[in-house]
Ligand binder design. Sequence first.
Ligand code: S3P
Length: 184
Amino acid sequence: MTSDPAPSQRTIALVGLMGVGKSTIGRRLAQALELPFRDADQEIELAAGRTIPDIFAQLGEAEFRAGERRVIGRLLLQEPRHVLATGGGAFMDPQTRLLMKDKAITVWLKADLDVLVRRVGRKNTRPLLAGKDPRVVLQELMDKRYPVYAEADITIMTDDRPASAAVEAITAALASGLQAAAAR
Ligand code: S3P
């Protein structure tokens, strides 16, 4: 029988909307914690042998989500534990979310709409934003996804602060969460 890892032994999975900085903050967090870093979107591209825009265009979003589920499932079982940046829709998939809650410590990175719009930029290769007004799409995604992202173990408001500030906030939240767990 396999049991789920103790909190201190779990992979740290970052969730949140496009543009919030999951990869940048994730990479820095991994350095700070001396853990490997994995990027789910990159691993999906590697496994599929094509880019995310190509997967969406050639196979459709449902195929992308199925691939995302498989890849994240594999990464969450991978040792050693690591920092895992996931694509913005991953935590919305019920199966992927269940797995992430079981196997990882989940951290929701949050930012205001203005910050996200600025960060995703005008020229965008993200399929969900292609040819659309990012402000409108991101607002719709906030309405739909925020109640689900709120199920993450830890929430960090990143706003306009540098990645280092988010990393400090995450490491502090992780340490106090572990202390609280040890005291129980
Ligand atoms: C998506 C976010 C993207 C990528 C894909 C779908 C989403 O990842 O997985 O384009 O559904 O929000 P990032 O959040 O890293 O941009």
